[in-house]
Write a protein that binds this ligand. Structure first.
Ligand SMILES: [Ca+2]
Ligand SMILES: [Ca+2]
Ligand SMILES: [Ca+2]
Ligand SMILES: [Ca+2]
Length: 317
């Protein structure tokens, strides 16, 4: 007969297993990663532990249907829903063998490992709190937020996207990260940034980098997707840095301002009640149970954020 090494640290409780062994469990999955699977309609967040006993805890929900696969939300704030019905439940299980990620989100439940015990929620409120992961350089353009006037909501090019979120701070269609690149021989301004025309304004904040009277935006073409067309073959320099020659390419749309952000969503269940689906049908209550934190890394967010669709009946202009 299998011998279970029975360990538990917090919230220990005692129950008996189908084959008569005694199991202590603590519902302690703190050290395990929270994973997700499912489709747009139904999602399962779960944790697996195969240490001393084989166990899992999972939260199934149909309340996150509008989100894309792989993350919970890019909206800072709180999502709340009740645990009720088959579509929204928390389930704790123990198994007779190691449980793997394949176990979850199958249309047909796997026959192995076999479930030994099952506790299912009979009440509780799920609270998901999403926060943005702090970053020194949110737009990733190599200038720190603090140097991009985050506190004062500085917007150099007046395009409605604050500099610390703007990948092209001067709106000249050359990304800031590109305008920072410099050779040892390139002139720099007092702050040490590349300043091609030496007027004291760094290229990344200068809308006419070569000071030839033609704004940089009109000296670059096709949103920089084809650098060859931006080059003056005679001087081997891009037109926007070549004051001896210019092209006049007007009407280019602005670069699409997509940056990468990371979010963490803490999933907690308030007033959780779990009921043993076998044995003595005992109930266990948690005033607050933390399932874990789901991290969504490097999500692409485009600014300005899309405005919400007008609701039905609302006038559109
Ligand atoms: Ca920026
Ligand atoms: Ca620029
Ligand atoms: Ca300059
Ligand atoms: Ca110019």
């Amino acid at each position: 007969m299998r011998t279970y090494l029975c360990l538990g640290i917090l919230l220990l409780f005692l129950t008996s297993c189908d084959d008569g062994d005694i199991i202590f469990t603590s519902f302690d999955f703190d050290d395990q990663d929270l994973k997700v699977c499912g489709d747009a309609e139904n999602k399962v967040f779960y944790k697996i532990k195969n240490d001393n006993i084989f166990e899992s805890i999972s939260l199934s929900t149909d309340q996150l249907a509008t989100i894309e696969e792989g993350f919970i939300s890019t909206e800072i704030g709180e999502i709340t829903f009740s645990l009720s019905g088959e579509n929204n439940k928390l389930v704790y299980r123990t198994f007779d063998d190691a449980v793997t990620t394949d176990y979850f989100c199958n249309n047909i439940p796997p026959s192995t490992p076999r479930v030994q015990q099952e506790y299912k929620s009979v009440g509780g409120t799920v609270i998901i709190i999403t926060q943005e992961t702090a970053s020194d350089d949110i737009d990733g353009d190599d200038i720190l937020n603090t140097l991009e006037g985050m506190a004062t909501e500085q917007d150099t090019d007046g395009d409605g996207i604050f500099d610390y979120l703007d990948i092209d701070d001067d709106g000249d269609n050359v990304p800031t990260s590109e305008e920072l690149k410099k050779l040892a021989t390139d002139p720099v301004n007092a702050d040490g940034y590349k300043d091609s025309d030496e007027d004291g304004i760094a290229d990344y904040l200068d809308d006419d980098d070569d000071n030839d009277g033609v704004i940089t935006r009109w000296e670059v073409t096709e949103l920089n997707t084809n650098p060859a067309t931006n080059y003056n073959p005679t001087t081997d320099q891009p037109y926007y840095l070549d004051k001896t020659a210019s092209i006049q390419y007007e009407g280019a749309e602005s670069l699409i301002n997509t940056i990468k952000k990371s979010f963490s969503s803490l999933i907690r269940i308030q007033d959780l009640k779990l009921k043993n689906q076998g044995g003595d049908a005992e109930e266990i209550s948690f005033e607050s149970y933390t399932l874990g934190t789901f991290v969504s890394n490097n999500l692409e967010v485009t600014y300005p954020l899309e405005e919400e669709e007008p609701t039905e009946g609302e006038e559109t202009n």
